[in-house]
Design a protein around this ligand. Sequence first.
Ligand code: FAD
Length: 399
Amino acid sequence: MKAIVDRKKCTVCGVCTDVCPMGAISLKETEIEISDDCSLCGMCVDTCEFGALSLPQVGTGPAADIAAYSGVWVFAEWRSGTIHKVSHELLSAGRVLANKRGVPLAAVLLGHRLDDAISEELISYGADVVYVVDHPELAGFRDDTYANILVELIRRKRPEILLAGATSIGRSFIPRVAASVRTGLTADCTDLDISEDGLLLQTRPAFGGNVMATIVCPNSRPQMATVRPKVMKPVPVPGHKGSVELVTAPEEWLRSRVEVLEVIPEADKTAKLTEADVIVSGGRGLRKPENFKLLEDLAGLLNGAVGASRGAVEEGWIAPSHQVGQTGRTVAPILYMAVGLAGAIQHVVGMQGSRIIVAVNRDPQAPIFDVASFGVVADLFEFVPEFIKRIRTERGESS
Ligand SMILES: Cc1cc2nc3c(=O)[nH]c(=O)nc-3n(C[C@H](O)[C@H](O)[C@H](O)COP(=O)(O)OP(=O)(O)OC[C@H]3O[C@@H](n4cnc5c(N)ncnc54)[C@H](O)[C@@H]3O)c2cc1C
């Protein structure tokens, strides 16, 4: 898709060729030509004083169609018999949005052998209705099947907002859903709200985490956003009542080009990182991979997990699955210990939701101290062994 030229209005003045950041517009003898490099940024449209350029209409159609979309949906992520916690978080966020819009909140549950307790769990987090598609073909996740079903449900029921977790499952099939229904998608939102005119305000870090961008999707429906786990707070709604609607999936919805050969469970340590109540993270201050053993010992004593800065990951001292931050995992444990890491904004966006942050850094000016609840200005190689020793002594364990 690219910008459209109205040849009757175009004077071939060439101004648009100069402003196009993609170099997608070239001047031919009697007309301009727009190549496939066009990113639909709209700069040419804004600059053309003759009104000869426009952007194609994308999405579900004109305003009349948009008005036909109503309700907030949450994709309830079900894996091997349990609901991912991000779905509780999204239902809580969705409940607030639905109340503001005065519309119902629905959960969409796909899987196999889904007993009533799972739907009740979703209702207890605020869902007014749970759409359940239960089929043996949905026992394991396949992105094309899950996408087909969600697309068909959207076409039938027309929700105005659809939220999903920015998990490996959400990330792999939600963009396909957005593209299929020709709407926009904002990935990795950190905040959601409703504007005065009823649009979903989707806020996420942009430009390397230096600004927070609030994005709207005014011309198509549903307005789709993914949110990372642990960004929103799960808030149960005691006594909330809801209904369950079973949806029968016709064979054509279930067709897949994917063959699942084997399901390998997520590595324990990675899973532990996002679930852990205590995380001890290390950065370049650790100097070498073997020194992460110190943090493993401390995390072990606190029944926690080991995290890392991208600095440490890029050095190859620890696996990328431990990385916390904008391009790593978002975590919000009760205690986050940041050891020998500077606290770059890209790291902080991934851990600032932690309840207590303890920073250990020998540089008193390190930015991590700006977000720390408690700061320890010390050499980590002196502090951490001493801290471990103290914990063991307090517990009456031999060191
Ligand atoms: C687009 C983009 C995305 C990014 N995503 C992420 C991300 O997801 N996560 C992330 O972490 N980073 C991310 N980064 C990288 C980020 O900008 C930083 O470069 C990185 O976090 C730095 O890692 P660090 O703090 O370990 O290293 P450094 O900046 O080198 O800091 C090391 C710290 O250790 C301290 N130190 C050194 N020795 C000791 C000692 N003996 N005792 C105590 N303290 C000591 C130093 O004072 C210093 O503060 C991203 C960058 C970009 C551009």
